[in-house]
Design a protein around this ligand. Structure first.
Ligand code: SF4
Length: 356
């Protein structure tokens, strides 16, 4: 392990699936680094590859090509103790805690099994004490009220807290939370997001939150980064606040313009980037060039429908996969000095080179 290197990395990872209709690339040439104690959100529409990316990061899917590195070691080439260390270090919290918790096991049994298996507790008494402590940590108090309950006796938010407690049994370094708050009431979401952020602050756990909801990502990732995905690729990667204030990629711009605000007047007055089409192309028949071009109001014929845009740094920690945004941001940086992008919205109608 190299000090200062990312904790976990996807390096040019592609993952294909065979379907009866043909081979699809659910994830296409994705590179992503995660540092210790970092929070990152993977955001995008259904089918964008965010869940597959999360499962690749958790080592649950083997890349078709590319590498998953943990502390600099290739996970899929490691054996023995290194592999066990990775399996413990990276834990997945599923979207549906009801499906992921064994319905015939009590909370105590759910937590005791990994504690005993990984030798965190030698006896039933030690396992119970550790389970109590974990329940307290995830806000299920008093813990004795929960130890003997079955999953169906808990609310959705409580079940998700048990799932998080189970992930904590092995002292993880990374938690991949896949739509972990999408099935709970809105009022509970914030407390679960705060719980995950508290784990990051208290224990330095790195968190990957996968969500289709940019409002959730905005809250969760306020001190972290967002990776916006579209049809298997990362199209923009940026510090959260920068992306919210000044999205560079047209797809990110459209998503942010569509976030409803609590104040309806604010929502109505937001500038939006209307897309040419609401239809997302099939992964079986991806458009040539930039796969967003059939929907993109900024697409340029002869460029966007021919060349695939690479994820390109545009300053600071930001990267974008868009020919037009890279050209404009580079020109802007040259005119105003490096990386001062203080225009909150690009006026599509007046911008040069835009095409319908
Ligand atoms: Fe739109 Fe072209 Fe940028 Fe793709 S590369 S997002 S089509 S402007």
């Amino acid at each position: 392990m190299t000090n200062g290197s990312p904790l976990i990395r996807l390096v040019h990872v592609t993952r294909e699936f065979k379907t009866p209709a043909g081979v699809i690339k659910a994830v296409d040439d994705v590179s992503l680094d995660l540092d210790r104690g970092e929070a990152i959100c993977l955001v995008g529409e259904s089918g964008c590859g965010k869940t597959t990316t999360g499962r690749l990061l958790a080592g649950l899917l083997r890349p078709t090509s590319g590498e998953l590195l943990f502390e600099g070691n290739d996970v899929w080439r490691s054996r023995g103790a290194d592999q066990v260390r990775f399996r413990r270090a990276v834990q997945l919290v599923h979207q549906d805690p009801y499906a992921s918790l064994n319905p015939v096991r009590t909370v105590e049994q759910v937590l005791a099994a990994p504690l005993r298996h990984h030798r965190k507790a030698q006896t039933a008494k030690q396992a119970r004490a550790a389970a109590r402590s974990l329940l307290q940590r995830v806000g299920l108090t008093p813990p004795d009220d929960f130890l003997h309950k079955f999953p169906h006796q808990l609310s959705g938010g409580q079940r998700q807290r048990v799932s998080i407690a189970r992930a904590l049994t092995v002292d993880p370094r990374v938690i991949v939370a896949d739509e972990a708050v999408s099935m709970v009431d809105v009022s509970i979401r914030i407390t679960l997001l705060d719980l995950l952020l508290g784990l990051r602050d208290e224990f330095g756990v790195s968190i990957v939150l996968i969500t289709h909801d940019l409002a959730v990502a905005r809250y969760f990732g306020r001190a972290g980064r967002i990776a916006v995905m579209y049809l298997g690729r990362v199209v923009e990667l940026s510090a959260t606040q920068e992306l919210i204030d000044d999205p560079a990629h047209p797809y990110a711009t459209a998503l942010i313009g569509a976030i409803p605000e609590a104040d309806p007047d604010l929502t109505r007055s937001k500038q939006r980037l209307p897309l040419k089409s609401a239809d997302v192309p099939s992964l079986l028949r991806l458009p040539p060039g930039c796969s967003f071009h059939p929907r993109c109001p900024r697409a340029e014929a002869g460029l966007c429908d021919v060349l695939v845009p690479a994820l390109t740094p545009i300053g600071g920690t930001r990267s974008v996969a868009c020919h037009v945004a890279v050209r404009e941001r580079t020109a802007l940086a040259a005119a105003t000095g490096p990386f001062r992008f203080d225009l909150p919205w690009v006026d599509i109608d007046k911008s040069e080179g835009s095409a319908g």
